[in-house]
Design a protein around this ligand. Sequence first.
Ligand code: C5P
Length: 348
Amino acid sequence: MSDALRRVTPVVRLAPAKLNLTLAIVGRRGDGFHSLHSVMVPLGLADRLALAPAFAPSDRLHVTGDRVPDLGPADRNLVVRAIGAARAACRARGVDAQLPGLAARLEKRIPVAAGLGGGSSDAAAAVDGALAAWAVEDALAPADRATVAAGLGSDVPFFLAGGWALVEGRGERVEPLPTPRGPAPAVLLVTPGLAVSTAAVFLAYASGIRPGPGAALASSRHVAGELAAGMTAAKFAERAGILAVANDLALATAAVVPALVAFRRALGRLLGRPVGQSGSGPTLWVLYPSIGAAEAAATRVREALAADDLVAPGARPPFVAATRIIVGDAGISAEPSRPAETTAQGGT
Ligand code: C5P
């Protein structure tokens, strides 16, 4: 076994999706990005990232999944960039040990370009996983990791921190929030089968397609304050109506995907509950007090779609899933690597 092989421990990370319970835009920064005030939460829905020796100097990525998306050239993919950024940061901090090339296998479960932060979560998992694979977890202080994360994308610091959080600035200021006390709330996700570019939505927002200032911010501050003070799950559930309209990007997303407006209304009528939009969309969400209730709603939506009682925009069928909002210890989590898988990767 070569020296490089001995230095890599195969690791597996679960990279959760996120939901923006609120998304207020508080201004535009000098660098062109927008300043946010957003309550963000991690979901049970997660991608799975396995890292193993690449048996080569460069890092590699292989993507699998039911709906394998075109994630572009490997060297521009966030996972590969994240591994490279972690390696460069270690070097800058004086790590002179070999940090061999990694072979990343990404099982995509989170819809892409959907407002669920999948790519950013994969990147955070890649940074965390690469440091563990090289056994250099202590090389980077939390502040160094946060800097690496912020350089990869606006949502990456949230995922690296883990847990419920109030996210501000461009996304680099992450203040942990306590989770509501009681049973974990659940959510129904409905993602129309079309990709929405975050940049395109922010561009529409910047061109003036936006609500009057302040409404989403007031709600976002209010809910963040309630969570910080300690909230029960029952009280949290009562906030569904406020949360569902607290998204300053919804108008801009509707300009990019006009059919989303009617679809959102129809979904609200079908389920008789407030429907929110996550991030820049097009994922729509509906809060439920339990995973069982969210699963029943998912069945209802699937049946309505099959019967053409509900018609979703997009060329592909929508992604419909019930998932828990993660409470307690959340974020990127280690999953013990399965021996069979390690063997398979070892043979590549
Ligand atoms: O950082 P990320 O790659 O997720 O951002 C995608 C695009 O969304 C950016 O290029 C920018 O146009 C826009 N954006 C923004 N303000 C933010 C986050 C993203 O304007 N806080």
